[in-house]
Design a protein around this ligand. Structure first.
Ligand code: NAP
Length: 275
């Protein structure tokens, strides 16, 4: 039987590292810790090997399309594809950051929405039958959705929104922030939140697409929230450890063979949430 492969983005620290750790223990196959910086990635692999865990390493900067396509080609050629993909890499400006809102919007959406979408564009075709795809979004995606205009909320919740329409809406938000017109456009002043609302919506769109185009492959794709977790991103006051933050993403990654749900949902604490 072919080796089963799990790939985690942003695996060198925080929740991503905890996900890699948990998968090394519970996933029956080879786990790839990926990181944009090879030095930080290798260091993380070494730290795990001192605990007796043996992930492999692959460089993967989701903001670099060449890095994405090189990694996808590598996994396709070496293993015939990927069984589990966890899109965990993400960024957030600190509350105290003084960068203009328009800059924060552009930079945050670039990684959390557009680059994660690039990952999905290039990796979904190589996800094997029975595969699991997990997009690490946030509870902030729901809060932000509820702060959007009724018209935007209707689109994000609709079953007929297309990937193209979503991409246009995310781009519209970025463009409006540059003219300081996003509020008139129905958007809240939340760059991270909008990026994650986009990611949760994208997850729902792609799950519907998989069900339609590859029904026999029974791939399950979901978005989730890890909870509020003590990492460099969220700071030391958050209640959950990275290991606790990894629980829901890993649960979705290891949904047993034959499972039919959840699929196309937003999941927190292992429970499907209202969108
Ligand atoms: P973190 O400690 O800041 O780790 C973020 C990881 O993403 C790092 O490994 C970082 O790599 C990587 N990354 C950033 N940009 C990347 C890129 N272009 N290509 C590849 N990797 C990239 O944050 P975290 O708290 O573990 O967050 C992990 C995920 O959980 C994020 O998607 C975040 O939005 C989400 N989340 C976190 C919380 C929370 O309370 N912590 C709550 C809800 C959702 P470098 O080390 O190279 O920067």
């Amino acid at each position: 039987m072919a080796t089963r492969i799990a790939v985690v983005t942003g695996g060198n620290k925080g929740i991503g590292l905890a996900i890699v750790k948990a998968l090394c223990k519970d996933f029956k196959g080879t786990v790839y810790l990926t990181a944009r910086d090879a030095g930080r990635g290798q260091e993380a692999v070494e730290s795990l090997s001192s605990e007796g865990l043996k992930p492999m390493f692959q460089q993967l900067d989701i903001n670099d399309i060449n890095s994405i396509t090189a990694a996808a080609t590598y996994f396709k050629d070496k293993y015939g594809g990927v069984d589990v993909l966890i899109n965990n890499a993400g960024i957030a400006f600190k509350v105290a950051d003084t960068a203009p809102f328009a800059v924060q919007a552009e930079v945050t959406l670039k990684t959390n929405f557009f680059a994660t979408r690039d990952m999905l564009t290039h990796f979904l075709p190589i996800i094997k039958a029975g595969g699991r795809v997990v997009n690490v979004s946030s509870f902030v995606s729901v809060r932000t959705l509820n702060l959007c205009s009724p018209a935007l909320q209707q689109r994000f919740r609709s079953e007929d929104i297309t990937e193209d329409e979503l991409v246009q809406l995310m781009q519209q938000f970025v463009d409006l922030t540059k003219k300081n017109e996003h509020k008139q456009g129905g958007w809240p002043e939340m760059a991270y939140g909008v990026s994650k609302t986009g990611l949760t919506t994208l997850s729902m769109i792609l799950a519907r697409q998989l069900s339609k185009e590859r029904p026999n492959d029974k791939i399950l794709l979901n978005a989730c929230c890890p909870g509020w977790v003590r990492t460099d991103m969220a700071g030391p006051k958050a209640p959950k450890s990275p290991e606790e933050g990894a629980i829901t993403p890993v649960y979705l990654a290891l949904l047993p063979p034959g499972a039919t749900e959840p699929h196309g949902k937003f999941v927190s604490d292992k429970e499907v949430q209202v969108w």
